[in-house]
Design a protein around this ligand. Structure first.
Ligand code: GLC
Length: 550
């Protein structure tokens, strides 16, 4: 069994990874062609975002058929070949299961719309409060009401995401049985990992107006969530000890995560939580421009590290995914210290307790694209909010400034393989523009450079395998009050590790008060430089990982 504490997961957004047939869209065969690259990085698992049959209103998170592969991405034979080729390289596949909702084109929803009672009960229908007024004031995560009126029934259906993504009714045992069938089907194909999309939203509570917000408190970590996860676990993936699972937990609480990701293995192997990635929001409001709050970032990361360890639960640790802007643009620097900051951010997250996830291109230090025209954007959430922001009175220019920072498209631009046309992603017309800096930020250049961001990530992946203190050690926060430094200590048996990061583009000094004698530097982003008598003089975005045996 692969020990997920020593493993690293590499996330692929298939549409933007590599196009093998020149139609401008990435595909499964494209992933196959790049397996050696992932092997070179050292990742153990590949999480692929959904490639099931889908109208692509939300890039595959709107599933029309869980058993079929969207022809845009390839065929079942391609998938089987990919799986076999990955296995030859010791890499396992993790599939992305979207079970909170389906597409409105799914057969179940189509039958529901026809009036078939069995399938109407697969979804959530309510009467309006009065004519023209939805059942509750809940908001869709993509903007607007979370309810859609259907005249034929004089009822509304719930869609926490796009109107084309009706929420499934998990309180219906037939729905849960259908979901189990899907999981078993993919287990039968040899899949050894599952990521469950917004899984903590599946159990809805009271359908009441939310006078304080958008309704999320009524359906987040809902009343039967643990029961439903335990049931799914028991009846499907829990039967195979080799399978690892990760749940995407939207606006969750730590207390719930202790249970979701408990070592007892009754629910999931680990969880994604997002509180540390809201430090540049205003409360829950993402569509604003505020500088990120470094102290809050540290506080949140540390409290999750401590809480989850004390309760013997396991984190997924990450900065990036297909819903987040690029971390080097967000907390690092795109300019003078691009390389230093990309390496520092990687180090800061990879040496924590938890399983690290690398999102395609993060290992190259890919940046936000800086799009300046709405025609360059693709994501439904961005397109909606571009409109909503202007309806609220912002100028078009201000709306662009916000999109440039927060849009999910920031991470969805094609992977930068070479410095050639379209970054070597496709021979055709890419579905989305490639970021201009592919001329120097690209895999080919970084593989040829022993000091690249890629080589740094490769070392991080390797160190986790080599040092038990990284995969298993306890975590102790350090420098908690320091305005620039994010530092922590890890300990395991006789091993000690110090991880020290300067999060800013200016020098700083940290007098740690630690006895730093006898530590050796395992990794850094400047050649020399070690603490003297416990004093760290850190250069812009400097990072260092120090190790000693007691
Ligand atoms: C998750 C996915 C996101 C998707 C949403 C709805 O948050 O990561 O991309 O839009 O769920 O399925």
């Amino acid at each position: 069994m692969t020990d997920f504490r020593k493993s690293t997961v590499y996330q692929i957004y298939p549409k933007s990874f590599y196009d093998s047939n020149g139609d401008g869209l990435g595909d499964l065969r494209g992933i196959m062609e790049k397996l050696d690259y992932i092997k070179e990085l050292g990742a153990d698992y590949i999480w692929m975002t959904p490639f099931f049959l889908s109208p692509q209103k939300d890039n595959g998170y709107d599933v029309e058929d869980y058993y079929r592969i969207d022809p845009r991405y390839g065929t079942m034979e391609d998938f089987e070949e990919l799986s076999a080729e990955a296995e030859k390289r010791g890499i396992r596949l993790m599939l992305d299961m979207v079970f909170n909702h389906t597409s409105d084109r799914h057969e179940w929803f189509r039958k529901a719309l026809e009036g078939d009672e069995k399938y109407r009960n697969f979804y959530i229908w309510k009467k309006g409060k009065e004519p023209g007024v939805p059942p509750t004031n809940w908001e869709s995560k993509f903007g607007g009401s979370a309810w859609q009126y259907v005249e034929k029934f004089d009822e509304y259906y719930l869609h926490l995401f796009d109107v084309s993504q009706p929420d499934l009714n998990w309180d219906n045992p037939q729905v849960r049985e259908e979901i189990r069938k899907v999981v078993r089907f993919w287990m039968g194909k040899g899949v050894k990992g599952f990521r469950f999309d917004v899984i903590n939203l599946i159990s809805k509570g009271d359908f009441l107006d939310d006078h304080e917000g958008d309704g999320r408190r009524f359906y987040t970590d809902g009343p039967h969530i643990h029961q439903y996860l335990q049931e799914l676990n028991r009846e499907t993936f829990g039967k195979d000890a080799e399978i690892i699972t990760v749940g995407e937990m939207s606006s969750t609480s730590m207390e719930n995560c202790y249970q979701y990701a408990s070592e007892d293995g009754k629910e999931l192997s680990m969880v994604f939580s997002f509180h540390h990635l809201k430090v540049d929001f205003m409360g829950n409001e993402k569509w604003v421009l505020v500088p990120y709050d470094f102290r809050k970032l540290k506080e949140i990361l540390f409290s999750w590290q401590k809480g989850m360890a004390e309760h013997r639960a396991w984190n997924a640790v990450f900065w990036c995914n297909h819903d987040q802007p690029r971390v080097v643009s967000r907390f690092g620097s795109e300019g003078k210290y691009w390389k230093e900051s990309a390496k520092m951010l990687g180090t800061a997250i990879h040496c924590l307790r938890g399983t690290p996830y690398i999102y395609q291109g993060e290992e190259l230090g890919m940046t936000n694209p800086g799009f300046t025209d709405i025609s360059q954007y693709r994501d439904v959430e961005s397109l909606n909010h571009f409109r909503i922001l202007q309806e609220k009175g912002l100028t078009e220019q201000d709306a662009y400034r916000i999109l440039q920072v927060h849009s999910r498209d920031n991470s969805r631009t094609p992977m930068q393989w070479t410095g050639q046309a379209n970054g070597g992603f496709t021979e055709g017309e890419p579905w989305m523009e490639v970021t201009k800096n592919c001329s120097y930020i690209n895999a080919e250049a970084e593989l040829a450079d022993g000091d690249s961001v890629f080589r740094h990530y490769q070392k991080l992946v390797r160190l986790r395998k080599e040092y038990d203190v990284i995969s298993m050690g306890d975590v102790k926060p350090l420098a908690e009050e320091h305005p620039q430094v994010f530092a922590y200590e890890r300990t395991w048996k006789d091993e000690e590790l110090l991880v020290v990061n300067n999060f800013y583009g200016r020098e700083t000094v940290w007098s740690s008060g630690l006895d730093t004698a006898g530590f050796e530097k395992l990794l850094g982003n400047y050649e020399d430089g070690c603490p003297e008598n416990g004093t760290f003089r850190l250069r812009p975005f400097e990072t260092m990982v120090l190790f000693r045996r007691k």
